[in-house]
Design a protein. Structure first.
Length: 295
């Protein structure tokens, strides 16, 4: 017998449907967090909540670069830019609009710290898994002039740190993997509060990936997982561009349902202890500031 038919029917409707509404989760050493309440997930047969009200903490950090992060980046750049040696101009994927341009690269001797400077402040430097990868070796890339575009998955370079001091970091899916999930490993920092971190969809624009129109191509995935650290103005709002991928959360037992919901938000941030065990070179200047992001 159902004592309250209308609420029960509403809960059934909420339960066995693919989740397209975007939300953001963070999974760390101090528990699970979400930017929205996850108490709207109900499971059969009695319409009980998958998550209790206290199971997932509220995500209150806006992920902006704090003064401590900015000071740490400035110290890192000031220290190592004096030691860096010019390695010449590299034919990286750098453009001003549609026009190709060059990037001057400097490297710190005996350390895998690289400084990238495009010949124009408006240029975008694009990296992917192949271009960024130094294997499991920790490394640091600092873009001092221009913007950085991170395209597709970054999973081979598991211990990299990417810092942009006077520009944006744009996270973009690989256009060859239309509307697929994207996974990044490492530390990503846009330290200048004038700029920040933003996401685009698989078409390269800031339109949303969740389905709101019958005239748009349906995007079945589109979620972003960052296993590491993400810092920069706007990072906390990226979930609005991406799409939650909890397509099968209602299958399996209650434990698997929780894991599926937490791991398939539009944006998922995961604590990566390996980053802290093998800090990228120069990250010691930031270690105290970054320690707060362990949670």
């Amino acid at each position: 017998m159902i004592p309250h038919p209308t609420p029960a029917l509403e809960r059934v409707c909420e339960m066995n449907f693919v989740v397209t509404k975007p939300y953001m989760t963070a999974r760390g050493a101090y528990g699970d967090f979400s930017n929205v309440a996850l108490t709207d997930f109900y499971q059969m047969p009695y319409g009980t909540q998958v998550f209790s009200a206290s199971a997932v903490k509220s995500m209150t950090d806006n992920l902006d670069a704090t003064t401590a992060v900015q000071d740490g980046v400035n110290k890192l750049v000031d220290t190592y830019s004096k030691l860096a040696v010019t390695a010449g101009e590299m034919k990286l994927n750098a453009r001003i609009g549609a026009q190709a341009t060059t990037v001057t690269v400097k490297k710190v001797p005996s350390k895998d710290i690289y400084f990238f400077a495009a010949n124009d402040a408006n240029a975008t430097i694009t990296i992917n898994d192949k271009e960024a990868s130094l294997g499991n070796k920790p490394f640091t890339i600092i873009v001092t002039k221009g913007h950085l575009v991170v395209k597709g998955n970054i999973t081979k370079a598991t211990r990299g740190m990417y810092i942009v001091t006077n520009g944006n970091i744009t996270i973009s899916p690989d256009v060859t993997q239309v509307c697929d999930s994207q996974k990044l490993m490492g530390i990503y920092i846009a330290s200048n509060p004038v700029y920040g971190i933003k996401a685009v969809n698989y078409k390269g624009d800031a339109d949303t990936m969740h389905n709101t129109s019958l005239t748009k191509e349906r995007c079945s995935k589109g979620d972003l997982t960052v296993q590491g650290i993400l810092i920069g103005k706007g990072a906390a709002g990226m979930y609005n561009i991406r799409r939650s991928n909890a397509n099968d959360w209602f299958n399996g037992d209650s434990t698997n349902r929780k894991e599926d919901i937490l791991n398939h938000g539009a944006v998922v941030l995961k604590y990566n202890p390996d980053i802290f065990d093998h800090l990228p070179p120069g990250a010691d200047a930031l270690s105290q500031a970054l320690s707060v992001y362990k949670k």
